[in-house]
Design a protein around this ligand. Structure first.
Ligand code: ZN
Ligand code: ZN
Length: 636
């Protein structure tokens, strides 16, 4: 469609640019519709709009061809607001609709405050406000976490009787919760005449964010109809609050309810599997994820790597990592480096780091924690020192407390206790309990009572209620046969009301987690377990096993000590794994504390005797026992 434009007087066009003037003055040539549209769009201020407006009048072009949203946004926050209103009146378009579009754009822009400014303009100029107006300006308040303006808008909503508008009520709820005002959110929730899944999910999500998992779960239970988002929020909530077991139970119920987990659900449940070492479910979720087209989701891949590593399946983690290739992020690389480190594969971890640098990926603080852990677990002192200085010099990463902790751990384990102590003294940030705890751990390995006492003095102040440190100190005394000192430490624990954390180990058989504490007789197959252990013990002794009773802290006779030793939770879990899992299948044990020296020595022998791989994940790392030796090479 072409429309010939008559020539325009020069004075009228004085502010138009050269190109515009030329096109308009060349009256002999008909102008294309697209060219005209382009001209009509060529204004960025009320002043330029007036010029274009003049052109429209002069050329007899219908006013409705002006881009109205643009007219609105150019005039919205200026004194020309009434001018825009006049234009809207002339074209007979409901102005509220146009202003709302403008408001929406502002609310979603980088400067949502403009939406609030526009809202005030609308009120000042008596524009009729509707529910969309409020929902957009409320959105801006949420973006800005601006409770003051939010309350003003809320008051308007009430005044105009829009309490029945569910969308608006949901945004108001979201606003109060986002601004941290959960009591007002709850009040709004209670007052709502009707609620939908969005309402409930908003409350659940925000309660989870505040760490109030119990109230969130109550909401979840009361909710009349739960959707995937509700289940996902709750599963993720349990993981965040350190309740992976509850997360997995809920996930199972979600599957039973017939709802299909989405990508966010998958990430949440995989994180729970990682925390709990629930490999079977992890594998099943991995398959589900692949089947449902989530294979390329980076977040899922990274969580899978973490899950497989924490379940002791380095190979499976590596498989996912290999499959990612160009899509790898620094999170993937760091997770893999850390994974190799805690599996005692320091050399591979360091090689992977070199490969990462070759690809041009920049390391971050987490990468260096992995590298220092690798060095620490294998006693690579010089490499560790080099990485520590390189992280700041070459990559501008300022070490944080975790990095200092790794260095102290590295030096202490390797027996450089004096150097570790000096290192702590020279730290530019205040050492925390973990740093002194690392020194204390080294003192135990290298039997340095004096330094242990110094570390304990500091720990006493920093973390007085942590039973673990007292136990280590008592251990150090016991091993040195300083029974009175050991008893003194135990008494001071008792005086403080501290109880030794109960050690437990678990093993998963056919998807069921079986937990054992030391001396456990509650398991339905207890009798059989002890019976098989006695048989195993005979074969162990024939291979040269001598019970290491020094790990038993109690002052009792040797025979009693042996009895205690033989009933350690990890031994019970292992025997149960042996009798209930098919031959050759790897037994994976999870222990909440550090594995003891005696269990470590006996597991090495047992792996050879029964010809099986045994993987133990303890509080610090993995031990993979195979053919009579352990992946940690006894350095742990
Ligand atoms: Zn043990
Ligand atoms: Zn080991």
């Amino acid at each position: 469609m072409v429309c010939p434009l008559p020539s325009v007087s020069f004075s009228m066009l004085s502010s138009l640019n050269l190109e515009q003037r030329q096109s308009l003055n060349s009256s002999s040539k008909p102008m294309s519709a697209s060219r005209r549209t382009e001209l009509l769009h060529n204004f960025n201020s009320p002043f330029e709009l007036r010029q274009v407006h003049g052109l429209v009048i002069k050329t007899g072009t219908p006013l409705s061809e002006l881009p109205m949203l643009r007219v609105a946004s150019v005039c919205a926050l200026t004194l020309s607001f009434p001018y825009a209103q006049q234009i809207f009146q002339q074209i007979n378009q409901p102005e509220t609709f146009i202003w709302n579009s403008c408001l929406k754009d502002y609310a979603e822009s980088d400067s949502p405050f403009d939406a609030i400014l526009l809202f005030h303009q609308l009120r000042r100029h008596d524009v009729c406000l509707d529910s969309f107006t409020f929902s957009f300006v409320l959105k801006a308040c949420v973006q800005l976490q601006d409770l003051r303006h939010g309350r003003i808008v809320h008051a308007f909503v009430e005044k105009l009787g829009l309490q029945l508008n569910l969308v608006l009520q949901n945004v108001i709820l979201h606003l109060y919760a986002t601004c941290g005002n959960i009591s007002d959110a709850l009040l709004a929730f209670d007052k709502m005449p009707q609620r939908d899944a969005v309402t409930w999910n908003t409350m659940i999500t925000h309660l989870v964010k505040r760490g109030d998992i119990d109230s969130a779960y109550q909401m979840f239970v009361q909710m009349p109809e739960r959707n995937v988002r509700s289940w996902t929020a709750m599963v993720g909530g349990f993981v965040q609050c350190g309740k992976p077991k509850e997360a997995i139970e809920l996930y199972t119920k979600m599957e039973e309810s017939g709802l299909k987990p989405n990508e966010v659900t998958v990430v949440a449940v995989l994180a729970a599997c990682a925390d709990l070492g629930a490999l079977d479910l992890g594998i099943r979720v991995h398959e589900y994820s692949n089947k449902n087209g989530f294979k390329n989701n980076i977040h899922i891949c990274n969580t899978l790597i973490d899950m497989y590593i924490k379940c002791g399946c380095l190979e499976a983690a590596d498989h996912v990592f290999e499959g990612m290739k160009e899509r790898r992020t620094i999170v993937s690389w760091s997770a893999m480096i850390q994974g190799l480190a805690i599996h005692g594969k320091a050399k591979e971890a360091l090689e992977l780091f070199s490969e990462m640098i070759r690809t041009g990926m920049k390391p971050n603080g987490v990468t260096f924690i992995g590298l220092l852990t690798a060095c620490s677990h294998m006693g690579l002192i010089n490499e560790g020192r080099t990485f520590f200085s390189s992280m700041t010099r070459d990559y501008g990463i300022v070490p944080c407390i975790e990095h200092y902790g790794c260095m102290v751990d590295l030096l202490s384990r390797a027996g450089h206790l004096e150097e570790a102590h000096d290192f702590i003294k020279q730290m530019p940030i205040k050492p925390n309990a973990a740093v002194w705890g690392a020194l204390l751990g080294g003192c135990k390995v290298h039997k340095n009572i004096e330094m242990a006492e110094e570390a304990m003095r500091q720990l006493h102040e920093l973390d007085p209620l942590n039973d673990g440190y007292y136990v280590v100190l008592a251990n150090i005394y016991s091993e040195a046969k300083k029974w009175e000192d050991a008893a003194r430490v135990r008494k001071s624990m008792k005086d403080k009301g501290l109880k030794k954390t109960i050690a437990w180990s678990s093993v998963t058989v056919e998807g069921l987690v079986h937990e054992f504490v030391a001396g456990d007789e509650t398991h339905s197959q207890s009798e059989e377990i002890y019976h098989i252990w006695d048989h195993l013990l005979i074969r162990l002794r024939s291979k040269g096993y001598v019970p290491n009773t020094s790990v038993v802290l109690l002052d009792m006779d040797e025979e009693e000590k042996e009895k205690v030793l033989f009933r350690h939770s990890e031994k019970l879990a292992l025997v149960f794994g042996l009798i209930s899992m098919p031959p050759g299948k790897t037994i994976r044990i999870f222990k909440n504390l550090r594995v003891c020296e005696d269990c470590h020595a006996s597991f090495k022998l047992i792996s050879g005797i029964v010809n099986r791989e045994i993987v133990v994940r303890d509080r610090n790392r993995f031990h993979c026992f195979k053919d009579g030796s352990c992946s940690c090479r006894d350095y742990w």
